[in-house]
Design a protein around this ligand. Structure first.
Ligand SMILES: Cc1ncc(COP(=O)(O)O)c(C=O)c1O
Length: 390
């Protein structure tokens, strides 16, 4: 179906941060399939896990115990400080699980019409519930009636939450991205998450973090909240967890971890032996190669580099980000930059119309980061001198 506006390029193979199209042209991938291939393309550990497990056992069913799922669940809980994991196949599904946890938890406490606080400019997925939680009218338009039970406030605005809390006795949880991805790489105040944690504690709400884009080492910590010194009640993951193999996860802690039981939720494919073996190889590699630290280092290099070359230029609103999640906001729509970059052998993305978004693989080397910096800075400079129509 015509669900995507595709660029006129087909990639034939990849290695590390590089992709080659069917004509043999090479591209520096500064997007990782939108924060998915954190280990880069054709990583040997992922290849080994995928190929080996495919020859052993692909799928059985959650009717039975699954060894790799138990091992992955244990490792994920150890690394995240959470208690339990529900496995699924995508980000939207992980958020669906989180929404169900918040609702069931509230119902069990006698709240009949619970609501979840969500943010403007957020993105949580394309299913009916996650699209309704998403703070973008373009995503929702035409699909009404939306799923009820979401209360929206501006991002990075604690006062708005206090006001919502005063007006609504039925709030049960907050669902929020630690840094908004699709919304334009919006980085909140340093104490935003810890203040949200305090608010949730005060009101008895669940703090549910959508780490689907920020997680798996991207922002310089395995999970972004680890840089804020807080522990959420629910965390959702997908994207980088399988390095391109579809897997999602909803992690929960404390009371939230005890909500779902047999018959309340499930997934045929979720947590298959194959998906979990691949995700295990990803997590082990992230840890062994200290890729979150690398993301932090490379991110600082790129952020300060873009700030130096572009920061003071007219037409640049802000250079921002954390780790290898970087946004360069222009004062005008800049979708055409994606085409210009592609022509020059560079893959980038523009989100929220005016924000150049970079999500390169975490395995990015210094020389590759330098190339990315030089190439993109000069592309943006030329674009600002001669903007195109889009
Ligand atoms: C923060 C966030 N949440 C949820 C999703 C949805 O994930 P998926 O496309 O795997 O359903 C995305 C995808 O871009 C995302 O960035």
């Amino acid at each position: 179906m015509g669900t995507y506006n595709r660029l006129a390029v087909t990639f034939a193979r990849g290695e590390g941060v590089w992709l080659w199209d069917t004509a043999g042209k090479r591209y520096l991938d500064a997007l990782s399939g939108i924060a998915v291939c954190g280990l880069g393309h054709a990583h040997p550990a992922v290849c080994e896990a995928l190929c080996d497990q495919a020859g052993i056992l692909v799928h059985t069913s959650n009717l039975y115990r699954i060894g790799a799922q138990e091992t992955l669940g244990k490792l994920l809980t150890e690394l995240s400080g959470m208690d339990k994991v529900f496995f699924c196949n995508s980000g939207a599904e992980a958020n669906e699980a989180a929404i169900k946890i918040a609702r069931l938890h509230a119902h069990r406490q006698g709240m009949e019409q619970p609501a979840i606080l969500v943010m403007e400019s957020s993105f949580h997925g394309r299913t009916l519930a996650t699209m309704s939680a998403t703070g973008n009218r373009k995503v929702q338009a035409g699909f009404e009636p939306l799923v009820q039970g979401f209360v929206r406030v501006p991002y990075n605005d604690l006062e708005a939450i206090e006001t919502a809390a005063a007006n609504r006795p039925n709030i049960a949880a907050i669902l929020v991205e630690p840094i908004q991805g699709e919304g334009g790489i919006n980085v909140p105040a340093d104490d935003y998450l810890s203040q949200l944690r305090a608010l949730c504690d005060r009101h008895g709400w669940l703090l549910m973090l959508d780490e689907i884009q920020t997680g798996m080492g991207r922002t310089g910590h395995l999970f972004s909240y680890q840089g804020n010194g807080i522990q959420p009640d629910v965390v959702t993951l997908a994207k980088g967890l399988g390095n391109g193999f579809p897997i999602g996860a909803c992690l929960a802690r404390g009371a939230a971890a005890k909500v779902l039981g047999p018959g309340t939720h499930g997934s045929t494919f979720g947590g298959s032996p194959l998906a979990c073996r691949v995700a295990l190889s990803v997590l082990e590699t992230l840890e062994r190669d200290r890729l979150a630290d690398r993301a932090s280092r490379m991110g600082e290099y790129l952020l300060s580099g873009f700030e130096q070359t572009l920061g003071a230029r007219e037409g640049i609103v802000q250079v921002r980000g954390r780790g290898l999640m970087i946004g360069i906001e222009l004062d005008r729509p800049c979708g055409d930059l994606v085409h210009r970059a592609l022509e020059g052998g560079l893959l980038i993305n523009v989100t929220a119309e005016r924000v150049v978004r970079l999500l390169p693989p975490l395995v990015l080397e210094q020389a590759e980061a330098e190339l990315l910096l030089q190439q993109l800075a000069s592309l943006i400079e030329r674009f600002l001198e001669a903007p195109a129509s889009s």
